[in-house]
Design a protein around this ligand. Sequence first.
Ligand code: FAD
Ligand code: DHB
Length: 396
Amino acid sequence: MRTQVAIVGAGPAGLLLSELLHRAGIESVVVERSSRAHVLGRIRAGVLESTTVDVLRHLGLNERMDRDGHPHDGMRIVWAGRDGLFIDTQRHLGRRFMVWGQTQIQEDLYAAADRRGQVILDEVPDAVLHDLESGQPYISYTRHGSAGRIDADYIAGCDGFHGVSRQSIPTGVRREFEKVYPFGWLGIMARTTPLPDVTYANHPRGFALASFRSQTLSCFYIQVPLDHRVEEWPDERFWPELKARFPAELAERIVPTPSIEKSIAPLRSFVAEPMRHGRLFLCGDAAHIVPPTGAKGLNLAVSDVWYLSQALAGHYRRGDDSGIDGYSARALRRVWSSVRTSWYLTNLLHRFPGASDFDQRAQEVELDLLKSSDRAQAWLAEQYAGMPFEGSGPAP
Ligand code: FAD
Ligand code: DHB
């Protein structure tokens, strides 16, 4: 098989890239390790930056989002024994967020791919990338017992943190930056009325977060030690612990119902540089991971593929390779900005094991500073909202 761009991974980055390329008249083939049912069954992100919303609207993939999603103006921070504050991105920047599930975006992306007859090879367990430094890279694989090969002009590695693409960049070329945090998030989803705002809580018992997917579907997260297992957290243990971490007036609004999903995720910041090697480009979680504090991961996947689609359009339409040559640096500027923000929020809002009284007081003073200064809030609002796209963004 021959195509212009071979895309590894059919997650949000891979399928969105194939859609953007199609709009630019560029052919692609997508290779995915799992089945479609598995990809669609993953419950993950839910908070979209305005840039992500603009991209989905630009592609006409906004009908369900604009009907059933929930725009909101920012996020609330509360902490034990102090007044909370609202980081208002709408007031400071005129930018709103959209609460809308990654699962639904993934459904819309598959539906759009089917409409345009996109080739997606799923259940490919063993894709191998070859000859990335030549002008003729290719992917070899087996699918349902038969060997196959895709020749392409370029390969886009959109295969998540555990994928094969990043590992295909020689270690002498690849530089990795990593920070592992000494705790994880236990997350649940439950059919119960959410709190009015996405609310982050700093409490001596640990961090907690209230978010939602719809007016009847809530998700809640609590900081737990790294060695805890989901089995240790039956609902009867989870709900009282969650409520204990929110101020009483919010806790009493949380109505426990049986959880419909429960998982524990460790927190990590990770960036691999460069995001291009020869004919291979990395996009999304394949190149970087952020701790979920700040809800940046999916949004970075979207900005990466936006930049890459622009770069490839420049190459195929105008023979202009400046976008391709500048892709890694351009994408990394936005990546590092969000990596820094999610690291900052993780430090601000969690209780770190072994923190000294000094560390604790410094964290409290930081929170007080935010509370008392509108300028500090405007600064955080700008970080939380995410950098605008460089160059030409999608028309809002
Ligand atoms: P993935 O979604 O990981 O997709 C990669 C795809 O590649 C997968 O389908 C995988 O099966 C496939 N693949 C892997 N290896 C191979 C291979 N060798 N060959 C072929 N295919 C392969 N982000 C936010 O912005 N906001 C949030 O609120 C938020 N909340 C989150 C909550 C949770 C619990 C989690 C886990 C994540 C959250 N994130 C959030 C992060 C967000 O989900 C990810 O950043 C996003 O999924 C990245 O998309 P991606 O397409 O780059 O990678
Ligand atoms: C979710 C929301 C957040 O604001 C965040 O930081 C992480 C996750 C969520 O809705 O899943």
